[in-house]
Design a binder for this molecule. Sequence first.
Ligand SMILES: Nc1ncnc2c1ncn2[C@@H]1O[C@H](COP(=O)(O)OS(=O)(=O)O)[C@@H](OP(=O)(O)O)[C@H]1O
Length: 332
Amino acid sequence: VEGPNPVVLEKQFFGMSAYFWFEGIPFPAMLYKREIIKESRDKFVIRDEDTVIVTYPKSGTNWLIEIVCLIQTKGNPKWIQSVPTWERSPWIETKKELSMLINMEGPRLMSSHLPFHLFPKSFFRSKAKVIYVIRNPRDVLVSGYFFGRNTNLIDNPESLGTYIERFLKGNVPYGSWFEHTRDWLSMRKNDNFLLLSYEDMKEVTICDFLGKKLEPDELDLVLKYSSFQAMKENKMYNFSIIRKDVNINGLVLMRKGVPGDWKNHFTVAQAENFDKVFQEKMAETSVLLEDLSPGSPSPTVPQSTYKIITQMLISLINCMAMTGFLLTVLLS
Ligand SMILES: Nc1ncnc2c1ncn2[C@@H]1O[C@H](COP(=O)(O)OS(=O)(=O)O)[C@@H](OP(=O)(O)O)[C@H]1O
């Protein structure tokens, strides 16, 4: 049984677009095949030396791919400017790229939007590394909405209001943001798992996790070539070389690239309703919407923990100052 009746759901939520459901998750049929999703989960072998970039769609996947590739070349842009993103970091869940990965030697970099329960089983027996990027879901939603309007990969949502309803119910490609995030966050204590946020993408943290040591000038190059503007100009990423049949209305992948754009699109009522659902669905995790705003610390450590650590440090400094003062008084 493949979850809810696909025909009914398709009519109800997706108009005429062709979707198929696999284990409760809707996939656009133009890009994916049921048997490949199954094969990648059950048969694809992830090796200890591999690194996988995992995200819910529209969370900054391609940005991270660019950063990791640039870290590997120590900031030299030759590779990212001559090889398309999907060949540098092939997708686990698409046919052509899965076979590319199977035949690839050495440590592989790969990408995936798969939810936890559909991820290759072999990963959980391996030492391979996963980097998971989380982005403010209100920005993920807005990014996905504009993507949907300009491509026929998913059907054209007629209004933001309709799209918000679908998003909150998980009736969007790759299913519910809340479940995707909650399930993947269960890995956050594992050594081979790095949690990053779009709002606080730190190259140095990524280098440390990957065991790469870059000089400051090399890191500057990584920053330079992974900037929004540089990526917008890089033909190997910006969709100008993608199939024309999926690109309607002049789709741009590099749309705005800023945190907080949701504020320009949500009404007050829509924002309040979104926050209410967020509180209900994310209650068990320590992730707060405020943690996913510009300048927030990485969600690996919730803000409350930062506050406690800061307070402890202040107390320690006060204590040391007091000890110093007492010693001075006693010795004088
Ligand atoms: N370098 C850089 N800096 C800042 N932001 C960037 C960068 N590269 C990509 N982006 C933004 O990431 C959004 C697309 O996310 P994904 O790459 O995950 O998309 S996809 O799901 O793989 O299609 C999409 O977000 P929106 O602009 O909000 O739509 C991109 O603009």
